[in-house]
Design a protein around this ligand. Structure first.
Ligand SMILES: Nc1ncnc2c1ncn2[C@@H]1O[C@H](COP(=O)(O)OP(=O)(O)OP(=O)(O)O)[C@@H](O)[C@H]1O
Length: 171
């Protein structure tokens, strides 16, 4: 089964590696990519939260924000509604795709039971998966991904070549 995870230090370029590999794969006619991507929301240089995007539909919501309600992770409030309606939904719909991208399974995502169970459904499926894994994650899902996936550690030397390498494995 084609299962790849990228891990490495904070800010080293994990999401960029996954996004570049996914772009190359998406350029192949008929190759469908589903799943989620998360990004920082910055205002005037300061991080105010994170967005979550369904890669198949482009639908975007808030994963966590310094404003609003919801369970806290650090200074951010997790938006369970978007995590479920966009995040968990994206993963379930992605079961129809050729590749499921999960960027990422972090402490915010774990606050939603619906999201966690959607990740489990993905892991139980026979679909290729490309995931981002935080180096420090030690929760059950992270442990499972470490055990079951081929894990690449991103560093400054390999981060420019990894997208091509991952593309070659998953194409
Ligand atoms: N190959 C690269 N060459 C130069 N800069 C890069 C490269 N990859 C990523 N960067 C830059 O490094 C920063 C962090 O990238 P990215 O968000 O992909 O890292 P990350 O490891 O996913 O971060 P986090 O730990 O916050 O999840 C971004 O500003 C990005 O533009």
């Amino acid at each position: 089964m084609l299962r790849i995870a990228v891990t490495g230090s904070p800010g080293i370029g994990k999401s960029t590696v996954v996004a570049r590999a996914a772009e190359k794969l998406a350029d192949q006619p008929g190759f469908k990519i589903g799943g989620i991507q998360t990004s920082e929301i910055r205002k005037e240089g300061k991080r105010e939260g994170f967005s979550i995007r369904d890669l198949a539909t482009g639908k975007t919501g808030i994963l966590g924000s310094i404003r609003g309600r919801g369970p806290r992770v650090g200074k951010y409030h997790v938006n369970l509604e978007d995590l479920e309606n966009i995040g968990a939904n994206a993963l379930r719909s992605a079961l129809e795709c050729d590749l499921i991208v999960i960027d990422e399974v972090g402490p915010m995502e774990l606050k939603s039971e619906a999201f966690v169970s959607a990740v489990e459904v993905v892991l139980e499926s026979d679909k290729p998966v490309l995931a981002v894994l935080h180096r420090s994650s030690s929760n059950q899902l992270a442990q499972r991904i470490r055990k079951e996936f081929e894990v690449f550690i991103v560093n400054e030397e390999n981060r420019d070549e990894l997208p091509e390498k991952i593309f070659a494995i998953l194409r």
